[in-house]
Design a protein around this ligand. Structure first.
Ligand code: ADP
Ligand code: MG
Length: 559
């Protein structure tokens, strides 16, 4: 039996992880228990569609056993198990390609825990173990295998004996060192507390043999040792619990346990709806943009449970695209399990839930904007673009939902403002909502086109994101005020005496302007005397619907 080396990438990732990624070593247990629970879920799925398989709930559990004398901690499950190929594919390669590059890129910026995101939770075992042995037998297989590894060097796989389907993960716990204590991971009370903290709502029983001393029967001073198998977790899913019983920390733990993200949620919504449609949901607004958020790879969706059983990992129909950043789960008893997963999307109940959820998210964002401005701006920094795309897409069909959630930088306030704030400050004679586009604030401030508007004392919104102007074109108006680019031909500002003078000067120098227009033929449409320049000799403006910036973007787009 030869040792197979981990792929080079895996090796480095493993080393980094053991040494630095997780701040709390204790979460290895959460990861291993989640995997065990996932493995039981997989059998459950199978039983749903395979008539030969009967899922008898009592047969499915997770057991955590500490053996102090041998320094081993075993996490056993009666889940689906792993074949030899599974062992090679799932435990032989750490993370998917690209994740290491991602980590290198981001580590410097934020010391976040990326492990959950890349499906390498299993390897967190090496934070507390110097050797990990996996003995597993897959469903539909009469063979069992033993996988073993001492860390970065590689692993071995060999045939093994195991009577029943499922997996035992055996951790050989590291000896204590001067800096790090590992004994606690062999202590039954400590283990019990860790399970309670992170895995309480796991739907299958997590059992432990708890040892104790008790009075001998019939005696009042003689004690005896006893061992009792206990189910440590309450198995009540957090979403079925009363909101009043839950602390922020419980939601954060749930978010991290579920690996919804590697950040902390900015806000959570706990919904217990029992109107036209009955469902429970826990939704999260993340703090940070997932690394693949603005790419095609990103998949939106919520976990969908039917009466407490996961039936879909990412139900996309539950979220509109413009709220695709929302994470979380929905559990409903109204969804019939007879409906195949494909048919679910046409389910009337599901549509009702989606509609309901949409308005809850909108409401949550609005109240955050109103009452927790700082948090809202954090959120907007991460996901504001998505809201703007939302306004732009579907020909502005969602503008009612979104326009009041938008923020833009204001020339006056020097910070982000809402359209409502802008409009409510407009002087009576101001006709339009003015905006200027450019790469960044500094550049916009230097635009000669802003001078006239700013001189009038009008506020200008700075558009630095490509999508800004496109979104605004879809809105067209906000509270009956049209948007106007400061570089557009008609600014709707009354001509002053000076400006009238400029007009007559222009007429006097007609020939000169005609000559300049000719010289610049093909580059500009016309050269005119401007009424709006104060300190700059010249500026470019556009006529019609498209601003110069939009033309640039459209030209750059592939046909
Ligand atoms: P993730 O759980 O995010 O996929 P992990 O590193 O935790 O990543 O696990 C990797 C894979 O190993 C799992 O997806 C699963 O296929 C397999 N696996 C891990 N533990 C078990 C287990 N107890 N039973 C069956 N398969 C498992
Ligand atoms: Mg896992």
């Amino acid at each position: 039996m030869s040792k197979i080396e981990f792929k080079a990438e895996s090796k480095r990732l493993l080393e980094m992880m053991i040494n630095s990624i997780y701040t709390q070593k204790e979460i290895f247990l959460r990861e291993l228990i989640s995997n065990a629970s996932d493995a039981i879920d997989k059998i459950y799925y199978k039983a749903l569609t395979d008539e030969k398989l009967v899922f008898n709930k009592d047969d499915y559990y997770i057991k955590v056993t500490a053996d102090k004398a041998n320094r081993t901690l075993t996490i056993s499950d009666t889940g689906i198990g792993m074949s030899k190929e599974d062992l090679e594919n799932h435990l032989g390669v750490i993370a998917k390609s690209g994740s290491l590059a991602f980590k290198n890129e981001h580590e410097a910026k934020d010391g976040h825990n990326i492990i959950g995101q890349f499906g390498v939770g299993f390897y967190s075992a090496f934070m507390v173990a110097d050797k990990v042995t996996v003995i597993t037998k897959a469903l539909d297989s009469d063979r069992a295998y033993k996988w073993e590894s001492e860390g970065a060097e590689g692993y071995t796989i060999e045939p093994a004996e195991k009577a029943s389907v499922g997996t035992d993960i055996i951790l050989h716990i590291k000896p204590n060192t001067e800096d790090d204590q590992y004994d606690e991971y062999l202590d039954q009370y400590r283990l019990k507390a860790i399970i309670k903290k992170y895995s309480d709502f796991i739907r299958y029983p997590i059992k432990m043999d708890i040892a104790g001393k008790r009075l001998k029967e019939g005696s009042d001073n003689e004690f005896e040792d006893y061992v009792e198998e206990q189910t440590v977790n309450s198995m009540v899913p957090i979403w079925r619990k009363n909101k009043n019983e839950l602390k922020d920390e419980d939601y954060t733990n749930f978010y991290q346990e579920k690996r919804y993200g590697f950040d902390k949620p900015l806000k959570h919504l706990h919904i217990s709806a029992d109107g036209a449609v009955v469902y429970n949901a826990i939704l999260f607004i993340p703090e940070n943009t997932p690394y693949d958020y603005y790419t095609k790879e990103y998949e939106k969706g919520l976990e969908l449970y039917s009466s407490g059983v996961l039936i879909m990992n990412k139900c996309a129909d539950l979220l509109p695209d413009y709220f695709s950043f929302v994470k979380g789960m929905v559990d409903s008893e109204d969804l019939s399990l007879n409906i195949s997963r494909e048919l679910l999307q046409h389910d009337r109940q599901l549509k009702l839930i989606a509609k309901n959820i949409k308005s809850k998210i909108k409401g949550a964002l609005q109240s955050m904007l109103k009452d927790e401005r700082e948090n809202y701006e954090k959120f907007y920094g991460s996901f504001g673009r998505q809201l703007k795309f939302g306004v732009y897409n579907d020909f502005g069909a969602n503008k009612e939902d979104l326009q009041d959630l938008l923020l833009f930088h204001s020339s006056k306030e020097k910070k982000l403002v809402t359209l409502d704030e802008y409009v409510s400050r407009m002087p009576e004679e101001q006709k339009y909502i003015y905006y200027a586009t450019g790469e960044n604030h500094a550049r916009i401030e230097k635009l000669p086109q802003t001078e006239l508007v700013a001189d009038k004392g009008y506020e200008i919104l700075y558009f630095t994101d490509e999508v800004d102007e496109f979104a605004i074109k879809m809105l067209m108006k906000y509270k009956d005020k049209e948007f106007r680019n400061v570089s557009s031909g008609d600014l709707g500002i009354e001509a002053s005496e000076e400006e009238k003078k400029a007009e007559s000067e222009a007429a006097d120098n007609k020939e000169l302007f005609e000559h300049m227009t000719k010289l610049l033929e093909g580059k500009v449409k016309t050269v005119k005397a401007s009424k709006r320049l104060k300190s700059h000799p010249v500026c470019l403006t556009s006529e019609g619907e498209l601003s110069i910036e939009m033309e640039k973007i459209l030209r750059a787009m592939p046909n």
